[in-house]
Design a binder for this molecule. Structure first.
Ligand SMILES: NC(=O)CC[C@H](N)C(=O)O
Length: 219
């Protein structure tokens, strides 16, 4: 699988993401600076975690208006895979590639700890997990409280687009939502960090199958 990781001023998980993709059997990803207007020919575009532009205005708001985001939208439109983790999820909602918004955590503090999530459904991103599997992924965010209007939440639930749900909701997210896909199913945004649960020094290796799944889906 060929992939690109978009890097903004303030991104901090791009190397973790690249390592996870390599450990899962993907080719070494291209790192693409946010001012670029074109992406290399890839299967997956990943928007990594971090604090793009220092989270000024709202987390992800400035990054979503970067020149590279038009190419990311075109990639998604063509059916390419897009994965946004944490700050990446925030960028994808700000870019309207995913519905809803990530608001300040209900507890009003930064959360930095492993959390439990359940795999709600099979998808391009989750097909290697059993449905209902309970996983542990690290989290590190202050704006992870997923919010959307009632109609959008009904649509997400009705269309089976909630892929990951918290088993112990840390941030107040509506319906315990930890990760959702777009209507076509090729764009996933999630707050917990699967790329930080892929090798022995991590809390666990539950994240590896997400990246293996993408490598498998791309070949
Ligand atoms: N780890 C991250 O990606 C942090 C996400 C975001 N900047 C927040 O704190 O909400």
């Amino acid at each position: 699988m060929r992939s690109a990781i978009v890097v903004f001023p303030g991104s901090n998980r791009e190397h973790d993401a690249a390592r996870a993709i390599r450990l899962a059997g993907g080719e070494a990803p291209d790192l693409v600076w946010h001012t670029e207007t074109e992406l290399p020919d890839v299967d997956l575009v990943m928007i990594p975690g971090g604090f793009a532009h220092g989270d000024y205005l709202r987390a992800g708001a400035i990054a979503a208006r970067s020149p590279i985001m038009r190419a990311v939208a075109n990639h998604a439109e063509r059916g390419g895979f897009v994965l946004g983790v944490c700050n990446g999820f925030q960028v994808l909602t700000e870019a309207r590639l995913l519905p809803g918004a990530l608001m300040r955590n209900a507890c009003l503090t930064f959360i930095c700890r492993p959390v439990g999530i359940r795999v709600e459904r099979s998808s391009l991103f989750s097909w290697r997990y059993d449905k209902g599997a309970e996983l542990v992924f690290p989290t590190a965010h202050h704006e992870g409280n997923y919010r959307a209007d009632e109609e959008t939440l009904r649509e997400l639930e009705g269309e089976g687009r909630v892929v990951f749900r918290y088993t112990d909701n840390p941030n107040g997210s509506a319906n315990d939502i930890a990760g959702i896909v777009n209507a076509k199913g090729n764009v996933l945004g999630m707050m917990p960090h699967p790329e930080d649960a892929v090798e022995a020094i991590h809390v666990c290796t539950d994240g590896l199958d997400l990246f293996r799944g993408l490598v498998g889906a791309a070949t």
